[in-house]
Design a protein around this ligand. Structure first.
Ligand SMILES: O=C(O)C(=O)C[C@H](O)[C@H](O)CO
Ligand SMILES: [Mg+2]
Length: 402
């Protein structure tokens, strides 16, 4: 069996998505997500100019060998562009293998470990009362786990708060939008939000919160400590994680569970975090962390150290990534939760899929492969539009983490 061709499809049904489609001499095709928000075309070029020529003529069944060939063979290992490109190839090849086997992908990975994949939704509001109301709306929709993000008094805007409550997309500018950040205002306000949420809804719903990399380790420790009475499911990305040892400080001070890793692209980014049990959930996902082949390696390593998965699932990851992730989650023994921000109806129409939401879970279908397709004719109607993620400045103008 041979790979005969591959092509990259870029489409923007409201936001940009990059999809790799691989063709074989047996007529079976597979697709993989290669979207890297705000830097999409770098992965398009990496795939088109450098990866696709090396794929033609290879046996698509040799997934591991092709993974190693692209990882070791490029010499310049790791990095989000390389690993998103490898992920797209890997996902498409798993899709092909599962179609050849006439099985849904989770069966090939080892079969079901659970009946559904618990997902968390994104409740957000411009102020405390709107955020509390939004969390209630998610509870009414059946979510068992909900992330709460809120506008902070005295700050014009902050991460995670959208005008359109359901379909948040932070990459909103033809050039990067500039936001202003105040750690003091944020730290004073956030515990009051969670106090109100627990007072209103009790302790049944799992609540999470994304700090989005904005605190120093000691500030993160303070936030974790002040949130302890409200028993969060997790506090995410409380400080940037390039220096993994930073998490020791946070860990010493708080028992609030910690989640990190949506921007990680390899096992090396989380090796120390996992080995030293400095985190509780690893957020690496299929598209940015080298595909199913590499994510499985991360998850197995995490399992040794009691770290569970909590795959990234924002809307900048296409339904193709979501489909692959759901199959992965159905199997992975140390599953924690899956993020689920809903795609718009336009995006869902471009990427027909068989997964469904039921009682707070997403459930992959039984279509052979990962169960997600791309309607190429419809995709053509939505040409690429340049869009950047925002940047963040402190009130005195200093550039900060967004
Ligand atoms: O979903 C999350 O937890 C995020 O932090 C979303 C990110 O801001 C988004 O994926 C950036 O492209
Ligand atoms: Mg996040």
């Amino acid at each position: 069996m041979k790979i005969t061709d591959a092509k990259v499809i870029v489409t923007c049904p409201g936001r940009n998505f990059v999809t790799l489609k691989i063709y074989t001499d047996q007529g079976v095709t597979g697709i993989g997500d290669a979207t890297l928000n705000g830097r999409e075309l770098s992965v398009v070029s990496y795939l088109t100019d450098h990866v696709i020529p090396c794929l033609i003529g290879r046996d698509p069944r040799q997934i591991e060998d092709i993974w190693q060939y692209l990882y070791r063979g490029c010499y310049w290992r790791r990095g989000p562009v390389t690993m998103s490109a490898i992920a797209a190839v890997d996902t498409a090849l798993w899709d092909i293998k599962a179609k050849m086997a006439n099985m849904p992908l989770y069966q090939l990975l080892g079969g079901k470990s659970r009946e559904g994949v618990m997902v968390y939704g994104h409740a957000n509001g411009t102020d405390l009362s709107e955020t509390v109301e939004e969390v209630g709306r998610y509870i009414d929709m059946g979510y068992k786990a909900i992330r709460a993000q809120s506008g902070v008094p005295g700050m014009a805007s902050t991460y995670g708060v959208s005008n359109d409550k359901m379909y948040y997309e932070p990459a909103d500018g033809n050039l990067p939008t500039e936001n202003v950040w105040s750690t003091t205002k944020y730290l004073d306000y956030t515990p009051t939000l969670f106090a109100k949420l627990r007072e209103t809804y009790g302790f049944d719903p799992h609540l999470m919160h994304d700090v989005h990399h904005r605190l120093t380790p000691i500030e993160a420790a303070r936030l974790g400590k002040s949130l302890e009475p409200y028993r969060l499911f997790w506090m995410e990305d409380s400080t940037p994680a390039e220096n993994q040892a930073n998490f020791r400080l946070i860990r010493q001070h708080t028992v609030t569970p910690l989640a990190v890793g949506e921007i990680f692209n390899s096992i090396w980014d989380c090796k120390q975090l996992i080995e030293e049990q400095l985190i509780d959930y690893i957020r690496a996902t299929v598209v940015h962390a080298g595909g199913i082949t590499h994510l499985r390696r991360i998850a197995d390593f995490a399992a040794l150290h009691n770290v569970r998965t909590g795959c990234h699932g924002a809307t900048d990851l296409s339904p193709v990534c979501m489909g692959a992730s759901l199959h992965f989650n159905m199997w992975v023994p140390n599953f924690g939760v899956q993020e689920y921000m809903r795609h718009t109806p336009e995006t869902d129409a471009v990427f027909p899929h068989d997964y469904r939401f039921e009682n707070g879970n997403l459930i992959p279908g039984d279509t052979p492969g990962h169960g997600v397709d791309i309607d190429e004719k419809l995709a053509e109607k939505y040409p690429y539009q340049r869009a950047y993620l925002p940047v963040n400045r402190l009130e005195d103008g200093t550039l900060w983490h967004w």
